[in-house]
Design a protein around this ligand. Structure first.
Ligand code: CIZ
Ligand code: SF4
Length: 350
């Protein structure tokens, strides 16, 4: 990266000292990760932000819903900065509050809302987390989705799972013994989700029709192809991948799980990883004694994560040095309170 920009980032960080805390998501570019005080997945970063009440500014190198979660979990005095406001998440954008309210109205109409518990993946807007908190539901991550679903099924007969159909289906079918027939797919662009009253009434899992544009690209053919080339390969994928990909893989787990699995892997072992490419490249560099490959042939970055680059980070830090707070992310008090309820229920899961 540009040596001038590297120098400017260093100088601005030094000028701010402990007043700023820079968080870097695992899918961020190397040039950004270099300046992160801590790296992690969305859950770990939210916890880290909350653990730094003395930092005036949290610069969140990640995407919008993560910065919102940081704002919800930090004190009112702390300000959360997203270096590029265009860093959204296509999956989170697939569940808009009005659509989810329409869905809920349909369930009320059918008399089944009272026995339905909403569960939302961390990768959703603060509005959706607020909706879930208000309606007796819980947030989950890719590491605790099973525990969140167990919690929900202790409180209701069915779950409305938002917004990632794959995490919902994979957890229900591969970890909880539900069948594919227990799950229905609710399409927010169709009336009643494109489902009949009978389908909605009989389903145990109502899966929102959302997916990750990065993890959704891995196919069963990718798994078969890498196994043909390297019969001894270990295929390790994220649960945001499609059901048939996860079924065909050897291991499935969150980003933090993938990192730990590589740390624990035998020297000389061979790994094909189905997750975002910035992370896979860093893992390959960190483990020269193991063969670490990308599960796909084509380049597969998260384009919105990649919007945060060194120029945007430098600009944000220099604005803070100049006494201005750029691109501040705030969640209104009412939404924040209900979203916090849903997040706290997750944090209290056994
Ligand atoms: O796909 C993502 O964006 C993930 C896994 C985010 C996170 O850190 O939970
Ligand atoms: Fe959203 Fe997928 Fe990008 Fe994660 S990797 S921020 S889920 S689009």
């Amino acid at each position: 990266s540009d040596p001038g920009l590297v120098e400017r980032a260093r100088a601005a960080k030094a000028a701010l000292g402990d007043r700023v805390f820079v968080l870097g998501h695992h899918y961020q570019r190397d040039e950004v990760i270099e300046f992160a005080d801590v790296t992690g997945d969305s859950f770990k970063l939210a916890q880290q932000a909350a653990a730094r009440p003395d930092a005036e500014f949290i610069v969140f190198c990640g995407v919008h819903f993560m910065a919102e979660s940081a704002d919800i979990l930090t004190t009112p005095d702390q300000q959360v900065v997203l270096p590029d406001l265009a860093a959204g998440c296509s999956m989170a954008d697939m569940a808009v509050l009005g659509q989810v309210e329409d869905c809920w109205d349909a369930l009320v109409e059918l008399g089944i809302a009272g026995t339905t518990v909403p569960v939302t993946y961390m990768n959703s807007s603060a509005d959706i987390k607020g909706f879930v908190g208000r309606n007796g539901g819980v947030v989950c991550t890719s590491s605790n989705a099973k525990r969140a679903l167990d919690w929900a099924f202790e409180r209701g007969e069915k779950v409305l799972f938002l917004p990632d159909q794959h995490l919902g289906r994979n957890t229900a079918v591969l970890e909880m013994g539900l069948t594919l027939d227990d799950c229905v797919l609710y399409d927010p662009h169709k009336k009643n989700g494109g489902l009949t009253a009978e389908q909605l009434t009989n389903a145990k899992m109502i899966l929102w029709r959302g997916h990750c544009s990065v993890h959704g690209r891995f196919t069963l053919e990718n798994v078969q192809e890498v196994r043909r080339q390297r019969p001894d390969v270990n295929v390790l994928v994220h649960p945001e991948c499609r059901h048939e990909v996860v079924q065909a893989a050897d291991y499935v787990g969150s980003t933090e799980y993938i990192i730990r699995a590589l740390d624990a892997a035998e020297p000389g072992s061979s790994w094909a990883i189905g997750t975002e490419l910035n992370l896979v490249r860093r893992l390959a560099n960190a483990h020269p004694d193991k063969e670490v490959m990308f599960l796909e042939k084509t380049v597969c970055y998260c384009s919105t994560m990649n919007r945060i680059d060194l120029p945007h980070l430098v600009w944000s830090l220099e604005e803070l040095v100049a006494g201005r707070v750029p691109n501040q992310i705030t969640v209104d008090a009412d939404t924040s309170r209900h979203a916090r309820t849903a997040l706290d229920r997750m944090l209290a899961l056994p």
